[in-house]
Design a protein around this ligand. Structure first.
Ligand code: ZL4
Ligand code: CA
Ligand code: ZN
Length: 397
């Protein structure tokens, strides 16, 4: 009764089915489920498994996925293989496969992959619902672009929407926060017509010098959900468009100011946080210049509100830094501080060693990998915050 429990400690659960990591999108595809192996190895090397409840969730069933997705779409997903795929089938294109893009390839075990990451998010949500955990973590989820009948941007099934739907059975208001460098368009669209979910996404927004918008091209500051005043969802989305090269202090200030205001005004009874690691400096697809601790600051801040929290993964295309970040954020959840020098006995330690891989430490300076000039002036960011706060007026009365 005395001494053993941490005072004010949070009960944290970790939901992970290791079979998810063996799936391949294709050799040059940026999405590498193998980053989850690296993440798990770091978490274990630091002994964080002793500070959490570990779960190995079963795959989600067809029926569980059908709570959000169309049955025809799921039935296609469950049957398509690289061998039987017909790239010129209109059905194939309509469901978001093929075309020029190849963002969403058909690979071996696709159905198994989507059921595994979705099963983990549902398992995490049910732990929050039955109060087994204060914070439930699923690093394999966070696939925020998937629509009810279309695959998009490496996402086939929207585990976030499914988890929020589960949380809505016992929560009046769920806040969704998304720090992936891409706009959380699929989650925003799914809950556009309800005031019981508020979606808040921070992301790169803009058009590059060749005239192409940064994917998915939506999420400007003036996009606040439906415009019809009769629609209950009106004003229940907030988008924070950011330019290339944002640094730690700017991002922390922006995140803190806007997120605080949203939480105070909306007063959610549960929070879902998508922690896409492609907002880090040096990410293969990202444009920001964040360090691991600045990214982790967002988790710390949200955690400090003490509301039931579902923490999920998302993007992240430089695997060694994805693993570092999610390991750090797991530690933030359990309230542990980690030694900067990586434990010596980590499998795949080579992935973290050498100058170019971060020198065998947990917190390398990712500004060193800076590839994007900072186009965010203080003036622009102040104006952005002002507009964001004005957008919250719909939450009054
Ligand atoms: C690739 O090398 O911006 C896919 C995608 C496959 C392998 C070889 C195929 C070559 C970069 C990306 C053709 C590639 C054509 N392979 C890619 C408009 C685009 C059309 C497709 O983090 N081309 C589309 C999606 C984004 C576009 C980002 C982020 C997910 C998340 C949550 C999704 N799509 C232009 C790109 C490659 C590839 C190399 C790629 N795709 C980079 N950015 C995109 O938010 C998980
Ligand atoms: Ca985002
Ligand atoms: Zn992303």
């Amino acid at each position: 009764e005395y001494g053993l429990e941490k005072p004010q400690g949070y009960s944290v659960s970790f939901h992970y089915n290791p079979h998810v990591e063996y799936h391949h999108f294709g050799s040059s595809h940026p999405m590498k489920p193998w980053r989850l192996t690296l993440t798990k190895e770091l978490v274990l090397a630091y002994g964080l498994e002793y500070t959490m409840d570990l779960y190995e969730p079963r795959p989600a069933s067809f029926e569980e996925l059908a709570v959000f997705h169309d049955r025809e779409y799921l039935s296609f997903l469950s049957k398509v293989t690289p061998q039987n795929a017909k790239p010129d089938d209109p059905c194939y294109l309509a469901f978001g496969f093929g075309g020029e893009s190849n963002d969403c390839p058909v690979f071996d075990g696709l159905w198994n992959y989507v059921s595994l990451y979705s099963g983990a998010s549902l398992n995490a949500a049910s732990n929050l619902l039955n109060k087994q955990s204060d914070i439930a973590i699923n690093w394999s989820g966070g696939l925020h672009h998937a629509k009810k009948n279309v695959a998009s941007g490496f996402c086939y099934v929207n585990d976030i929407v499914l988890a929020i739907q589960a949380l809505l059975t016992q929560n009046q208001r769920v806040l969704y926060i998304d720090i992936d460098v891409h706009h959380g368009d699929g989650v925003e669209a799914a809950f556009a017509s309800t005031d019981r979910v508020f979606t808040l996404s921070y992301h790169k927004f803009g058009i590059d010098r060749h005239g192409y918008p940064f994917f998915p091209g939506t999420g400007n500051i003036n996009e606040m959900g439906p415009t019809d005043p009769a629609n209950r969802g009106k004003g229940h989305s907030l988008n924070i468009p950011i330019d290339d090269g944002i640094d730690d202090d700017q991002y922390k200030w922006l995140f803190k100011t806007v997120t605080n205001a949203v939480i105070e005004k909306y007063n959610p009874t549960a929070i879902v946080l998508q922690s896409g690691a492609d907002s880090l400096g040096g990410d293969r697809l990202g444009r920001f210049n964040l360090n691991i601790k600045a990214h982790g600051f967002c988790i710390e801040m949200v955690k400090s509100y003490g509301r039931p929290l579902l923490l999920i993964g998302g993007g992240g295309y430089t695997p060694r830094n994805v693993a570092r970040t999610w390991c750090h954020e797991t530690a933030v959840c359990v309230g542990a501080e980690l030694h900067d020098v990586l434990p010596a006995h980590i499998p795949y330690i080579q992935a973290f060693q050498g100058e170019e891989n971060g020198g065998g430490i947990l917190y390398p300076d990712l500004h060193n990998t800076k590839r994007h000039d900072n186009l965010n002036s203080g003036e622009k960011l102040h104006k952005l915050v002002q507009e964001a706060l004005e957008n919250l007026r719909y939450l009054e009365g």
